[in-house]
Design a protein. Sequence first.
Length: 397
Amino acid sequence: MTKIDLQLLDSSDGFETAGSNQSGMRDRNERLVLSILRRQGALPKAEIARKTGLSAQTVSVIMRALERDGLLQKGKKQRGKVGQPSVPMGLAPEGAFFLGLKVGRRSVELILVNFTGEELAHKEQSYSYPTPEMILEFVKETAQELCQTLAPLLRARIAGLGIATPFFLWEWATTIGIDADAMAGWKGFDLSAELDALFDFPVFLGNDASSACGAELVFGTTETPPDFLYIYVGYFVGGGVVLNGALYTGRSGNAGAIGTFPLSSLGGAPRQLVDAASMIGLERRLKAAAGDVRAMQRPDWQIDAAIVQDWLAEAVPALTHMIVGAISIIDFPAILIDGNMPESLRETLVARVTQELDSLPLSGLHRPRVMPGSLGPRARPLGAASLPLSNRFMFET
């Protein structure tokens, strides 16, 4: 397969090229420093030494190397009462760049972000259902377009592509409402390998909801405890597990697959969380009432309140039931809820789940705090972009 030409340049102008030290696997201590600066902002060397437990000399060596590689930049001098003014060091936005591909049940997105998580370019395409051929064609057409928004020299600093996609896509055809044969092409298809053949930088694959959880860790603004369960309510519902401050994906990469969590049946028919607490349920209600779903495709979501309340009446107890099951296995002190929805609906969902938890007997369990996520509809594409960033530049316990 012919590789996509992104016009990557050599390092003759002072920048390292992809695959070199700049975008290669960082030393453990370098990753630790980068992770602290990402989560806490710019800090002087003395503060970094205190937080890492490393010697001042070791920190100085690390900081010089990271600055030389273009990953860090100096901030403004901070004058204190005693001694020389300190100079905080922070992440350099142009230190590295990442592509994030979100493959959804109804749309595909490709974004380009810089080292601090700022979205620089974005393109989206909707469809009735995804096929491998459609996704590959979209990436071929879009990747070069997005990368060419960077100056030629900066294209050499693209450090990877992340893919956030539902696992077992072919098994969801019936739930989407299409013939199973239409999505059978995904079975046995290796999207990661196909895209890896297109680029000179590495490609990383993750579950879409777990990747959204990773985006909250890397780019989010919510103050979270070291352990929490993440819930993402999109067209379907999924989740992520965070333990000791790091995303836990499990042996097969599918930890947090809460969409298949069993619920009590209605009239004897088996149900799962995805049947009760996904946006597909709200979409079906809207279509039945209004004849189409265009109201959900607008940012402001002008939907009749009665339709939303009817969906919440089913979704909230289902989510709460799953949460109680989850905390009975892992003692999560917090639950984060985010989703492809307006912020006002997310806040309502958090409040309603909190209220529902308060009404349940939780003897023998520690009641978790329910909190809103901070990224909303951008969580999954940002989660895709966070995969190469985390893999190559962050410290994970």
